[in-house]
Design a protein. Structure first.
Length: 307
């Protein structure tokens, strides 16, 4: 099984074989800061969110991801600040990072238009001792730099009203190199952090006093990888319980729920059911979300209930 994971790892590290290197999240609608930096400051207070994901249950050394983010507007209504950190593990490969966020917001029509930037570092590590290979003299192993710290930067644009949002963003603007092969006197790159592009949109549609429908979508693209689209529809019941489902193109059906506890705490859970070629080898993926909100700006209602 470790040989299988190593094959997946080398594929992910490659220049173009499979370029979607970012961690996957099914509850993207609750975790927008790690997708679009312009989201910072769009709520009415300080928000702290933690998301843990265990992917491909049943496959040894499958991906495991943990993120923590915090974001808030300032009393200057034009500025939002944020920060997030993460760790992403796949077999012998581990990536950790820390990213700071600045967003500038302007009033536009019934909502706000924001521009955001993020900057930070990403540290990658490969534990060669976990690998079980036939040829220990393979140049891929002998020439590998097992630890590397690289700069990272993201940019985004986000517009929202009380019941609608839309955003576009690009991540890994530097396309930093984080793995090398040493061939004779030359140094050849084999691992590059590929630039990713995202587009997102969502709307809240009141159906009655106790029901709100919230459809949303997320489109992901990276060079030499297929475009991936998540389409979600969730129903809010009595401002307390969300239930919904997502379809991820050519890959999975996602069932999710969220409960609002004491207005400040939100707990979410999702389960991925796969129907691609990996279906027979795993038992789905689990994702848990915790969010805590602290109101700090009175009389400011942007999208605290829906987005």
């Amino acid at each position: 099984m470790k040989r299988t994971v190593f094959t997946l790892l080398i594929t992910m590290l490659g220049l173009g074989a499979f370029a979607q290197q970012d961690a996957l999240f099914s509850q993207y609608m609750f975790n927008k800061l790690i997708i679009n930096p312009a989201y910072a400051g769009s709520r009415d207070g300080l928000s702290m969110t933690m998301v843990g994901r265990r992917q491909w249950v049943g496959i040894d050394d499958g991906p495991q991801t943990l993120t923590f983010s915090i974001q808030s507007p300032l009393r200057n209504d034009h500025i939002g600040l944020g920060f997030y950190c993460y760790t992403d593990v796949l077999g012998p490969f581990q990536a950790t990072g820390a990213i700071g966020t600045f967003a500038y917001r302007i009033k536009l029509g019934r909502g706000h238009l924001a521009f955001g930037i993020q900057g930070g570092i990403k540290h990658t590590y490969i534990d060669i001792n976990q690998l079980n290979v036939q040829d220990e003299s393979d140049v891929v192993l002998n020439g590998t730099i097992t630890k590397q710290t690289i700069p990272d930067a993201n940019f985004g644009i986000y517009y929202n009203t009380e019941r609608f949002y839309v955003g576009i963003s690009s991540k890994h603007l530097f396309e930093s190199e984080y793995g090398y092969l040493q061939e004779t006197d030359d140094e050849s790159v084999y691992g590059t952090l590929i630039r990713h592009f995202y587009a997102m949109a969502g709307v809240a549609i009141p159906l009655s006093d106790n029901l709100v429908l919230r459809p949303s979508t997320l489109v992901k693209y990276a060079q030499n990888a297929p475009v991936q689209v998540d389409i979600n529809a969730s129903l809010l019941i009595r401002d307390v319980l969300w239930i919904g489902a997502s379809y991820r193109t050519k890959e999975a059906l996602v069932l999710l729920t969220e409960i609002v506890v004491a207005k400040r705490l939100r707990i979410g859970y999702s389960y991925d059911i796969y129907f691609n070629e990996i279906q027979q080898y795993n038992k789905g993926s689990h994702e848990v979300m915790l969010e805590y909100n602290i109101p700090i700006i009175k009389n400011r209602m942007l999208t605290p209930r829906y987005f």
